[in-house]
Design a protein around this ligand. Structure first.
Ligand code: ADP
Ligand code: CIR
Length: 355
């Protein structure tokens, strides 16, 4: 059972949350009845409901408002997580099962914008968690260092154009970090949604990034997830970028063991990322469509796309640049996820051209 003091704290915060205005899925699905059923539960990594929902209680403007404290949370607090997951991933029902991994064939995708008229850059990332550890909210100082060591050992063995070097954040100056964040290579140092979830403890211990010579292949260590594997470059050559990521995952699969759920696929701290963990995005200019953001958002939703600002999640669009990516990551194979983004972005470009 959870510690009584922790349950009292949870009850107090839940009560306060009842008065908050929030469009989050947490608000929608954490009913008083469900709360009573879940409030005493505790995982083997000592994670309770409080560890999962603190971010949403403290940030009523969250879209989800929930992070898993450890893999087991997806089962122990499944009555909450299943609802959020179903709604976010396009009606992925409790009875649905995520398909086995399938990256398809190299060369199956083309350039989305061969004339270079719309797309500034393209990025495909996936999230991975190492087996045998909690997520950020439950990690100890020693575990951060252990995870870092395992990942660094694996990535420094990568071959060909994936070869590169690892830099720990503890060895960088604030100015160096800012420069890398602004050039979209490195993650932000503070995000209030992650901060509320206790994802920044012991910072910068165990945090860092690996990059190849051209900075087209990057691995983030111990940001939101143990591992974010990223392939990116200027222009719209989705095929080249996707193939690079597929090759990297193939090599990493031989060196590391990842946390995978029978029904939900690869597990990650945020329920939006379970399944394939893939977010494939373009930085794109669509000046005609962007004149009416309301209707562009609606079109994007129909195409299962999500629009973010140019600095990433929870940022504004600067210079008319939008971040357009697949919204669903669960219930489809890797190949299907990327095809959905491919087709959606091509449709947006067609609509932009016909305006
Ligand atoms: P994630 O994709 O890992 O969920 P964010 O939305 O926070 O995270 O984005 C992380 C970084 O990646 C940000 O700097 C963002 O601007 C950058 N980024 C995302 N898509 C692209 C892209 N197509 N080209 C260049 N940078 C990108
Ligand atoms: C939130 O709930 O708003 C943040 N924790 C981020 C959720 C994932 N982001 C997304 O799909 N836009």
């Amino acid at each position: 059972h959870a510690h009584p003091a922790k349950v009292r704290q949870l009850e107090c915060k839940f009560k306060k949350f009842q008065f908050a205005t929030s469009d989050s899925l947490l608000k929608k699905y954490l009913t008083s009845k469900l709360f009573e059923e879940l409030k005493w539960k505790k995982t083997n990594y000592l994670m309770t409901l409080l560890d999962c929902v603190l971010t949403g209680f403290e940030n009523p403007d969250s879209s989800m408002g929930v992070y898993a404290g450890c893999p087991e949370c997806y089962d122990l607090f499944g009555d909450l997580f299943d609802e959020l997951i179903r709604e976010y991933h396009g009606d992925f029902k409790k009875s649905a099962v995520h398909p086995p991994m399938d990256w398809g064939e190299p060369g199956q995708l083309q350039d989305l914008d061969p004339e270079g008229k719309y797309i500034i850059s393209t990025r495909v990332r996936t999230a991975r968690s190492l087996k045998g550890y909690p997520f950020n909210p439950g990690l100890s100082y020693e575990e951060y260092l252990e995870i870092e060591e395992k990942i660094v050992n694996a990535v420094t063995e990568l071959t060909d154009d994936l070869k590169g070097q690892y830099v720990g954040l503890r060895d960088m100056t604030p100015d160096e970090i800012d420069l890398m964040v602004d050039s979209h290579v490195l993650y932000k140092e503070s995000d209030r949604f992650l901060n509320a979830a206790n994802a920044y403890r012991y910072w910068p211990a165990g945090r860092g990034y690996f990059y190849n010579e051209d900075k087209t292949f990057i691995v983030w260590v111990n940001e939101e997830d143990h591992m974010r594997v990223i392939s990116m470059q200027e222009g719209g050559n989705l095929g080249e970028i996707y193939d690079r990521l597929a090759k990297a995952i193939q090599q990493l699969d031989e060196k590391l063991e990842f946390e995978r759920h029978e029904r939900l696929g690869f597990l990650s701290m945020c329920p939006t990322n379970v399944g394939t963990g893939i977010r494939a995005s373009v930085h794109i200019k669509l000046p005609n469509l962007a004149e009416d953001m309301g209707s562009l958002e609606k079109i994007a939703e129909e195409l299962h796309l999500q629009i973010r600002g140019s600095g990433g999640e929870h940022t504004a669009s600067v210079g008319g640049i939008l971040d357009v990516s697949n919204k669903r990551r669960l219930g489809l194979t890797e190949r299907e996820v990327i095809q959905e983004m491919n087709d959606g972005v091509l449709e947006l470009i067609r609509l932009e051209g016909s305006k």
